[in-house]
Design a protein around this ligand. Structure first.
Ligand code: NAD
Ligand code: BTL
Length: 505
């Protein structure tokens, strides 16, 4: 087992340096796998938000934007590549910090750090390519006019992120925002901020111009809300719960401020009767038990064809029993703790409500007996679920899967769409035409065929319905931070000729 590193004591990262929070307050960092307090983070308030936004605004306009916002994309790409290189150098250390902070298995945290570096590299390439996309001409129906497009950074952006993939979710916003030429204030979740603060250290090491990225930690209402409502923040990009997303949208609407929202989900996985059962079971497990089910796109509603349901569930229970649940630093751990005591209590309440509403806890539903401390929950499989049950309707954000059977393809699609959410969906079948039909019929932003959860930086990510709007990743992720300006030129020597010239006296 890897030896835990000392937790660095960081300040807020503002204007390229570290600052103590204005009110001098700090929040404890608790390792959810041991319940021990291992450090603390600064608790920013409105005063700190002011400083961070002002630093970002100065950096945006500094020297007429020549050093950042109006610099060639190739200049910004150099910094993004340098950040990626540092992330790679520090991968093991950052993964350890992420695990200690969030409870996720060390193998998963290491994978996240690889994805973080890849995301910075990807947006470095898009920043470079942006230069070639400037002044792209628009074809017009009148020859005495010429028009072209400028893609400009939106300005100062507020980036508010959750705890489930702390550095990765921050990177999905920071990398494209910086690639576009924006300057940013990042507010990570108070439940897991350590690696985001380390990103501040990396920015200082590589010499990112001061104020281009500012990182303020603290509570949502105290640090996130003033950022969302700040009149000098030009856009808010938010990932988190649907409830907080609604609040952000209301606040932003007062200033007609653009928002992009990546919110919760309750995604379906449909399994037909023509599949290799063990292969499908593994995807069902990965779809809902990876990261202890704390995944926005978790396929937490499992729809099984009635012909295979019994066999499938027997195998699912057998596979679930074999998951190594342990301290997330232990080698081979596949289920760590959930992020906090609050999240543990919330998940347990979902399970007890499911039981009270008549559902069956087929497997799990409790703390694993061999782990006396830490916020661990067994992988939990719930059957006899009705579509009116809370466990069917609401996002649990824990290692809990609920199951229903279906007879026909139509019934499967109806059940899949029986949700206010629309982030993702998955189908497993050997009939690829059927998979294509279902891909079109499910109302969500992402569909997986014969798998669940793989995520690539090149492909768009985002939801429909109450899972939010806007798309991150890929070129769509860059567009989130660009404003499109039309420039139209009159290019004839002739007068326009709409009005008669005044008669000469
Ligand atoms: N769609 C996606 O891509 C995606 C990805 C990851 C997580 N999520 C969702 O995130 C949720 C879990 O994350 P969470 O518990 O951190 O969500 P949350 O909404 O509680 O918090 C998210 C962030 O918002 C901040 N915040 C809280 N109240 C605020 C306020 N009033 N004003 C401004 N900021 C405020 C928090 O401090 C945190 O930084 C789940 O619903 C999950 O599905 C979605
Ligand atoms: C796509 N993923 C799993 C990294 C983030 C969603 O919570």
């Amino acid at each position: 087992m890897a030896a835990p590193p000392a937790i660095p004591r960081r300040g807020l990262f503002i204007g390229g340096g570290w600052r103590e929070p204005s009110l001098g307050r700090r929040l404890p960092v608790v390792n959810p796998a041991t319940e021990a307090t291992i450090g603390d983070i600064p608790a920013a308030t409105g005063e700190d938000v002011e400083l961070a936004v002002s630093a970002a605004r100065d950096a945006f306009g500094h020297d007429g934007g020549r050093h950042w916002s109006r610099a060639p994309g190739a200049v910004r790409a150099k910094y993004l590549k340098a950040i990626a290189a540092k992330i790679k150098d520090k991968k093991s250390y950052l993964a350890l910090l992420e695990t200690l902070d969030s409870g996720k298995p060390l193998d998963e945290a290491a994978g996240d750090m690889e994805d973080v570096a890849a995301c910075f590299e990807y947006y470095a390439d898009l920043a470079e390519a942006l230069d070639g996309k400037q002044r792209s001409p628009i074809s017009l129906p009148m020859e005495n006019f010429e028009s072209y497009i400028l893609k400009e950074p939106i300005g100062v952006v507020g980036l508010i992120t959750p705890w489930n993939y702390p550095l990765l979710m921050a990177t999905w916003k920071v990398a494209p925002a910086l690639a576009a030429g924006c300057t940013a204030v990042l507010k990570p979740s108070e439940l897991a901020s350590l690696t985001c603060l380390e990103l501040g250290g990396i920015c200082a090491e590589i010499g990112l111009p001061p104020g281009v990225l500012n990182i303020i930690t603290g509570l949502g209402p105290e640090a996130g809300a003033p950022l969302a409502s700040h009149p000098h923040v030009d856009k808010i990009a938010f990932t988190g719960s649907t409830e907080t997303g609604k609040r952000i949208m209301i606040t932003a609407s007062q200033m007609v401020k653009p928002v992009s929202l990546e919110l919760g989900g309750k995604s379906p996985l449909i399994v037909f009767d023509d599949v290799d059962i063990d292969k499908a079971v593994e995807w069902a497990m990965f779809g809902c038990f990876a990261n202890a089910g704390q995944v926005c796109s978790a396929t937490s509603r499992l729809l099984l064809h009635e012909k295979i349901a019994k066999r499938f569930l027997d195998r699912l229970v057998a596979w679930a029993k074999s998951i190594k649940i342990s301290d997330p630093l232990e080698e081979g751990c596949r289920l760590g703790s959930v992020v906090s005591e609050g999240q543990y209590q919330k998940i347990m309440k979902f399970i007890s409500t499911a039981r009270c509403e008549g559902a069956t806890i087929l497997y799990g539903g409790a703390r694993p007996q061999h782990l006396k401390r830490g916020f661990f929950i067994e992988p939990t499989i719930i059957t006899n679920v009705s579509t009116s049950n809370q466990i069917w309707r609401e996002e649990v954000f824990g290692p809990v899967i609920c199951v229903k059977e279906f007879r026909t393809e139509r019934e499967a699609v109806e059940l899949a769409n029986n949700t206010h959410y629309g982030l993702a969906g998955a189908v497993i079948s050997n009939d690829l035409e059927r998979c294509e039909r279902i891909s079109k019929a499910i109302q969500s932003g992402i569909i997986w065929i014969n798998c669940s959860q793989p995520c690539f930086v090149q492909a768009p990510w985002g939801g429909n319905k109450r899972s939010g709007f806007g798309r991150e990743l890929g070129e769509w992720g860059l567009d989130n931070y660009l404003s499109v300006k039309q420039v139209t030129k009159y290019c004839s020597d002739e007068p326009y000729g709409w009005y008669r010239p005044p008669s000469k006296l």
